[in-house]
Design a protein around this ligand. Structure first.
Ligand code: KG4
Ligand code: ZN
Length: 350
């Protein structure tokens, strides 16, 4: 068993988690022993979005308390840890540096190795996290992974379970991506136009309940059949024009439902196309937008292969996915004692 502490500070969640990775030949089980997350949403809300400097300052205050709470909740002492796993890319550079520096300090003091985790690798691991009675997600391969976070919208074709994923998995498996805004940004920007606080995805989701998805016509980006890329910038412009032209308070839920359906339509049609092209046997949806109720219900009806989601608490950013990804890296010999020059990277190759 590998005992990993994860630290995640790439954006506005300051999070630490203890995960135990039980290694087996055919499948490996990452079990979450604790997860402590301080969300900074209320600090950023007055500004209508995440302010990098505010994020860094708050991470400085919160990183040590969340680490200590995660250890306490797991009934762990510092010496029980085998590997320190930290998000070092991509994200807000000042925010990343707080987590990376805390992780380096811990690794140095404890004489333990460090695993530098790509944030998106963490999201890909999130559906495999186990706690309590939750059973392993039954992913059959090849699987299409749809990654829909606040900053990324990507389609990956993955052929094997996470204990076999190599260093170049993100790059090697990528078959589609957004050419402009991410789906999360499309949700947040259109929600903002409708007056919802940041981050607006879940408010748009709520507002759309019971609304008519066909009340307003909005464009779908890059509708060409064989193109697995996305574009959401045209939708943003169309929503802004339509708000000026015809939005009325009495139509709010129809409007929200139509916007949401336009975003979900693109995500589903491209993912199902990827399933056909790559003869996939299952779909896995990860990242914050995977919490969207319309996306979840449409996928379950429209897909001919099983569609799996992370537990809701693991959809959005948290350190359990980073602890698990780092534990898998450690198991493969991809953690390091040579971490003193390790840095954060705002922009990262996948
Ligand atoms: O993965 P995540 O927590 O952070 C990043 O890595 O970016 O994703 C955050 C995104 C935000 O855009 C947020 O509005 C969106 O996930 N989100 C949702 C819902 N819950 C979170 N979007 C649509 N419907 C939701 N229920
Ligand atoms: Zn994320």
């Amino acid at each position: 068993m590998i005992r990993s502490i994860g630290i995640e500070t790439s954006c506005d969640e300051c999070s630490a988690s203890i995960v135990e990775l039980h290694l087996q030949d055919d499948t490996s089980r990452p079990v979450v022993r604790s997860l402590c997350t301080y969300s900074q949403i209320k600090e950023h809300r007055p500004f209508g979005g995440v302010v990098p400097e505010v994020a860094s300052r708050n991470h400085l205050l919160q990183v040590q308390p969340v680490i200590e709470q995660a250890l306490k909740d797991a009934n762990y002492s510092y010496n029980d840890i085998d590997v320190i796993s930290v998000t070092n890319r991509p994200g807000l550079i000042g925010a990343l540096l707080v987590g990376v520096t805390a992780a380096k300090g811990l690794a140095y003091a404890l004489k333990k190795p460090l695993a530098a985790v790509h944030h998106l690798h963490g999201h890909l691991v999130s559906p495999f996290l186990l706690d309590g009675d939750r059973k392993n997600n039954d992913v059959t391969y090849p699987a299409i992974f749809l990654m829909v976070s606040g900053g990324h919208t990507q389609i990956h074709v993955i052929h094997e379970p996470p204990h076999l994923w190599g260093a170049s998995l993100l790059k090697d498996s990528l078959v589609g991506h957004s050419q402009d805004d991410a789906a999360g940004e499309a949700f947040d920007k259109t929600a903002k136009m409708l007056g919802y606080p940041y981050p607006g995805g879940k408010y748009l989701d709520e507002a759309a309940k019971g609304g008519n998805i066909n009340a307003y016509k909005f464009p779908r980006g890059l509708p060409q059949k064989d193109n697995l890329n996305f574009s959401f910038s045209g939708l943003k412009t169309a929503v802004s024009l339509e708000i000026k032209k015809s939005f009325q308070e009495s139509n709010r839920s129809d409007f929200a439902a139509s916007v949401q359906n336009a975003i979900v339509d693109s995500l589903i049609s491209k993912t199902l196309r990827a399933v056909d092209l790559h003869k996939a046997k299952s779909i896995v949806v990860v990242g914050g937008v995977s919490a969207n109720s319309h996306l979840r219900s449409r996928f379950s009806v429209e897909s001919s292969v099983p569609v799996l989601f992370p537990d809701l608490k693991y959809s959005t950013d948290q350190a359990a996915m980073i602890a698990a990804a780092g534990a898998f890296m450690h198991a493969q010999g991809r953690s390091t004692m040579d971490y003193l020059h390790l840095n954060g990277h705002a922009v990262a190759e996948i």
